[in-house]
Write a new protein. Structure first.
Length: 186
């Protein structure tokens, strides 16, 4: 095989690699969008941002998986993926909920909006969870957390290890600057 043949094979391999890398990024974004829609339906914009950051904060740790899909579909972690998966997968990108969550996911993934959870990896709706568990919360949620909308966010494995975590454990309030502002370049 001549140099031209080797060049063509190398170009094909690189194109396939770049294509698969691009597909992974698209898939990652899609899983985040769908998680926002189903975990934070009815939440404010900052509540949806908080859910997105909890997913990304988990991705930073090998404990839950090295990509968004692994994090959100891990058994026992994100309830909608366990109980409503078919509905989640049928959600059309044309659906207004998907489009709204896509704008939030893009702002979070690009770093355009800061993390209102101060690094939280866990969250729950305390009203629903207490009702289901006979008045109790999981052990990781028994301390102070950061309420954002109907959810409360926690960092159970890093308690008070940084000034951000100290603020989180004190239930610090949310700064209104966390709200997204409409972009004119889209």
């Amino acid at each position: 095989m001549g140099k031209t043949g080797l060049f063509i094979i190398a170009a094909i391999v690189l194109a396939l690699f770049w294509g698969s890398q691009r597909r992974e990024v698209i898939d990652e974004r899609d899983y985040l969008i769908r998680t926002i829609v189903f975990e934070a339906s009815g939440e404010t914009e900052v509540g949806k941002i908080a859910v997105a950051y909890a997913v990304l904060n988990r991705k930073k740790s090998p404990r839950w998986g090295d990509n968004i899909k692994a994090v959100v579909t891990q058994p026992g972690q994100f309830e909608p993926w366990m109980t409503r998966r078919k509905e989640i997968e049928r959600l059309s990108p044309d659906d207004p909920r998907y489009r709204n969550a896509a704008a939030i996911a893009d702002a979070v993934l690009s770093g355009e909006t800061p993390d209102p959870t101060a690094g939280a990896t866990h969250f729950l709706n305390p009203v629903i969870v207490r009702e289901r568990r006979g008045g109790t919360l999981p052990s990781w949620a028994r301390g102070e957390g950061r309420p954002i909308g109907r959810h409360t966010f926690y960092s159970p494995h890093e308690r008070n290890s940084s000034p951000q975590q100290a603020a989180l454990s004190l239930g610090a309030t949310i700064d209104p600057s966390f709200m997204l502002t409409p972009r004119t370049d889209r």
